[in-house]
Write a protein of this length. Structure first.
Length: 557
């Protein structure tokens, strides 16, 4: 089931206007023209409140409005009459969950009703099924006008296209039993019993898998080490399948893998060094646990977005060799960067980098950004659970979460190769549910490296947001401080949206004036982001560099 959120203005001069959201969105409501929903009433604050939407979840945060924000008539936020809007934004504001049917009141003259709709979708391809109601006013067809009811082998309703594919496949299976046996032999799961049970890759227990990528029993799923083994097992099975399809291929990526050592871990997953058993070449295997259980549609969207990243070829972009899922864990097999991230390097060097090294790193990553922003590729993305593969024509990718932590370094020397990591993966994680609204109301991502345009509309995914984030990362590497004055206890979104970047020489007077002008210009946000191409920012940085820095960077100029 998919979900949509519908916001309907039910009181005020814009009564009847409706806004529909079917994917992760961040919506500012207020009278300011750059709000997502503009309500030009004097009783509405400039930036009245913020909605963070990840259907079906909707979270509301008042921004210290003068006339208050209400849920079903109960006041949940308002600043005191003697407190200015500037003072109110220094305060932290509580977050509230909205439910279907809740009425959001803005002051006393405007109300917005929240509708949350579950949409029945085909479990095989994710498309909305005919007759699936998205709206209270939707017409339900009956009798001869009603859409045909097709069920799959599990009794689930599926769309007409998937039913035709299943019927065609059954006919093919009846005619070619040998082909069926070959297909079963190549399947990711080693089905050993006719009742669909399989042997756990972790402990050998026979169990019933709950999904196609499930090769561990419930007990082993609780063991992080065995979860990693399950990912490696899936990679190795897929490698064997690839060998069977392409026996003459010499690509080393078709070999099996073994874990070497743990490189890092966090609440969302781990990064392991793994070795290709045939060649001894080492890679990084990044595993991530989504915030929500992935259904087939979410998994398909992740594989679709992540699969595109496997086609990127540039010395300043980390290569993703294999992406997929196993036991609900997302994984990426990618280049091993022994130097860690630029963020790690900053910590080792006392919290900031000198001008030469920071410039050497950022110029390389701008080259990588420029390449991928202008990339034209044709990609065939495999389907999930029998769904046909799809061919995609892609023009340009946008990172959407560029930051020093996503700049990886080849080594720890003075002139490391710098590579952008996880390019395009932000959208893939979003598809898999990783960027859902958290329990505290925060949306996954890194707002301190995000321009206000992206904060006001998280679907705003143009190259300009990456370029702004690159300038913000350069600023951070040089000064050790963020571009805006984020303060403890102060609402991060209000700072991000309502404040401007602090001029870099206010942070560090040693930054050359000509270079500071370029950086400050790159971080301007009004009325629009200044740089439209990474190449243009790179060119202006190079032109403003002192001769000593140009000499240091001569190998990449």
């Amino acid at each position: 089931m998919q979900a949509k959120v519908l916001l309907e203005i039910t009181k005020g001069e814009k009564t009847g206007e409706r806004f529909e959201f079917g994917e992760t969105s961040r919506v500012l409501i207020g009278r300011q023209e750059d709000c997502g929903i503009v309500i030009p009433l004097k009783t509405i604050s400039r930036y009245h409140c913020l909605l963070e939407i990840h259907p079906p979840a909707v979270r509301l945060q008042d921004f210290g409005s003068l006339n208050g924000t209400f849920i079903n008539g109960k006041k949940i936020g308002q600043r005191d009459q003697n407190v200015s809007w500037e003072e109110a934004r220094e305060q932290q504001h509580q977050v509230f969950d909205l439910r279907d049917g809740d009425v959001l009141g803005l002051g006393t003259q405007c109300e917005i009703k929240c509708h949350i709709r579950q949409i029945e979708t085909c479990p095989l391809c994710g498309k909305a099924l005919p007759g699936a109601a998205m709206d209270d006013n939707a017409t339900v067809l009956t009798g001869s006008l009603a859409p045909a009811l097709h069920l799959d082998d599990k009794g689930r309703r599926i769309c007409d296209d998937c039913w035709k594919r299943l019927e065609a496949r059954k006919e093919e299976q009846r005619r070619q039993q040998e082909e069926l046996q070959r297909t079963v032999a190549e399947a990711p799961l080693e089905i050993e019993q006719p009742d669909g049970k399989t042997k756990c890759k972790g402990c050998g227990t026979v169990f019933t898998p709950t999904a196609q990528d499930n090769n561990l029993c419930p007990a082993c799923l609780a063991d992080r080490a065995k979860v990693l083994d399950g990912v490696l097992a899936m990679l190795n099975v897929n490698a064997q399948k690839a060998r069977q399809r392409q026996k003459t291929a010499g690509a080393s990526i078709l070999a099996g893998y073994e874990k070497v050592s743990l490189l890092g871990k966090g609440g969302m997953g781990e990064v392991w060094k793994v070795r290709e058993t045939d060649t001894g070449k080492e890679y990084a295997l990044k595993t991530m646990l989504p915030d929500v259980a992935m259904d087939d549609q979410a998994k398909r969207l992740f594989l679709r977005e992540a699969g595109i990243c496997e086609h990127i070829r540039h010395p300043n972009v980390v290569k993703a060799y294999k992406t997929g899922s196993a036991n609900g864990v997302l994984y990426i097999l990618m280049d091993l960067c022994e130097g860690g991230s630029a963020d790690d390097l900053m910590k080792k060097k006392g919290g900031r980098l000198d001008l030469q090294l920071a410039t050497y790193i950022i110029l390389q990553t701008l080259s990588g950004l420029d390449y991928v922003h202008n990339l034209d590729i044709s990609v065939e993305v495999p389907g999930v659970r029998g769904r046909a593969s799809e061919k995609l024509l892609v023009h340009g990718l946008v990172h959407r979460d560029f930051k020093p932590g996503n700049i990886f370094l080849s080594d720890t020397g003075d002139h490391p190769t710098a590579m952008v990591a996880d390019f395009g993966m932000a959208k893939a994680f979003d598809a898999a549910g990783r960027s859902q609204v958290s329990k505290t109301g925060a949306v996954m991502g890194t707002p301190v490296f995000m321009p206000k345009q992206q904060a006001r509309d998280c679907k705003y995914a143009k190259p300009e947001v990456d370029i702004w984030a690159a300038a913000a990362s350069y600023y951070y590497m040089l000064t050790g401080q963020f571009v805006k004055n984020f303060r403890p206890g102060v609402n991060v979104w209000q700072v991000l949206i309502t404040e401007s970047a602090v001029p870099i020489r206010n942070r560090d007077r040693s930054v050359p004036a000509a270079l500071a002008d370029v950086i400050d210009r790159a971080l301007a946000e009004s009325p629009r982001l200044h740089y439209a191409s990474a190449a243009a920012l790179r060119r202006d940085i190079v032109a403003a560099l002192p001769d000593s820095v140009k000499t240091y960077c001569r190998g990449i100029l």
